[in-house]
Design a protein around this ligand. Structure first.
Ligand code: PLP
Length: 390
């Protein structure tokens, strides 16, 4: 009998398993299932980016790189962030390439948190935020957002959740799973709060190019914020490069030094092949990225319209590729809805509670799937809702 789990550390045993993975496992075994569960682009990485990776291999680029990443990539990131987000970072001291935003977030938290520190984050949110904080022996403090505010974070909610010991505020706009964004007025209020409470702000901007309405603004670009913000970004979503596992962090040099210590011992560097592909994405990938964004917008309009017609009240997500309809009209809770829908009509959605307790009464539907699949899935959801009425 395997009882090796007795060796596992207490704080790791205590972590819940990701609710999303369970659904993936079931869907992958099911024939003819339609998945609205996946949080990654259905597009293959645009060919010129793949070709850059192929070329890198052809040329024998198979070595480690500088811990911070290739100089050319850091310079490309610096230009890209300055042009698109209006923040200037020094490629020598303030930019590091990482294995996705996942690694950047992990090493950032590990480098700034002492045991017992508290991290504020808005909820519902990406599944890994709270566990990543717990792995640092720190405490994650959720700030609930609600449907009545289109899941926008409010400063009132932030104030209510704040408590002594809070040192970090973790933000993600556009937000997974709600598609919520924050305009400049709201960001200015959040920035004032962060300054008042002397918080380090961590801004996960992985969906920022996939903003459908208005301009995306980064909180790091607001007055007085650059020196207290860590800007995290990557290539997975906007450039459909999840499998390349490549992202980056931009931070004031002092914070970056701490991150670099962990990165150099735990990771060394991101894959050189992925770094070469990332240079191509930043240099020439814009048109392909905009094409994918426009497709997501078409699909968003379709899925939100269909959900509302079906009686599943759904706000318009302003970014990312997730719709977050309310399922309370069915009388089922989020988990029961998702399970029964999968069993009866073979459509996978993720229960809102996988993203925190404030996701109760909602399910996440990813529209990173074809227009045809969305039509078929919504037809099946219609049949499922009819069956509930009988
Ligand atoms: N941040 C958010 C909000 C995400 O939704 C995801 C993936 O779903 C990630 C980070 C992870 O990104 P990466 O592939 O760059 O590690």
């Amino acid at each position: 009998m395997d009882n090796s789990s007795r060796f596992t550390a207490r704080h790791v045993s205590g972590l819940p398993k990701s609710g999303i993975r369970d659904f993936f496992a079931i869907v992958s075994q099911m024939r003819d299932a339609i998945s609205l569960g996946i949080g990654e682009p259905d597009f293959v990485t645009p060919y010129p980016i793949r070709e850059a990776a192929i070329q890198a291999l052809e040329k024998g680029k198979t070595s480690y790189t500088d811990n911070r990443g290739l100089k050319l990539l850091r310079e490309s990131i610096s230009r890209y962030v300055e042009k698109n987000y209006n923040i200037a970072y020094n490629p020598e001291t303030e930019i590091m390439t990482t294995i996705g935003v996942s690694e950047a977030l992990d090493i950032l938290l590990r480098s700034v948190l002492n045991p017992g520190d508290k991290v504020l984050y808005h909820e519902p949110c990406y599944v890994s935020y709270s566990p990543s904080v717990a792995l640092c022996h720190a405490e994650a403090i959720p700030v609930p957002t609600s449907a009545k505010d289109n899941f926008a974070l409010t400063v009132e909610a932030l104030r209510a959740a704040w408590q002594p010991g809070c040192r970090v505020l973790l933000l993600n706009f556009p937000t997974n799973p709600t598609g919520g964004t924050a305009d400049k007025t709201l960001l200015t209020q959040i920035a004032a709060f962060a300054q008042e409470k002397d918080l380090l702000v961590v801004s996960d901007e992985i969906y920022s190019e996939l903003t459908f309405e208005g301009e995306h603004t980064s909180i790091a670009s607001l007055p007085g914020m650059r020196e207290r913000t860590v800007f995290l970004h990557g290539f997975s979503k906007a450039f459909a490069m999840t499998g390349f596992r490549i992202g980056y962090a931009c931070a004031p040099a002092g914070v970056m030094e701490g991150m670099l210590k962990i990165h150099q011992y735990a990771i060394m560097c991101a894959s050189i092949v992925s770094q070469e592909a990332a240079i191509e994405a930043l240099t020439n990938g814009r048109d392909a990225m905009l094409h994918m964004r426009d497709k997501y917008r078409e699909r968003r309009d379709l899925i939100v319209r269909r959900f509302n017609e079906l009686g599943l009240k759904c706000h318009l997500p302003r970014g990312a590729f997730y719709a977050f309809p309310s399922i309370t009209s069915t009388g089922l809770d989020s988990l029961a809805f998702a399970k029964q829908l999968l069993q009866e009509q073979k459509v996978a959605m993720v229960p809102g509670t996988a993203f925190g307790t404030s996701g109760a009464g909602f399910c996440r539907a990813s529209f990173s799937t074809s227009y045809e699949n969305i039509i078929k899935a919504c037809d099946r959801i219609g049949l499922f809702l009819d069956s509930l009425k009988q």
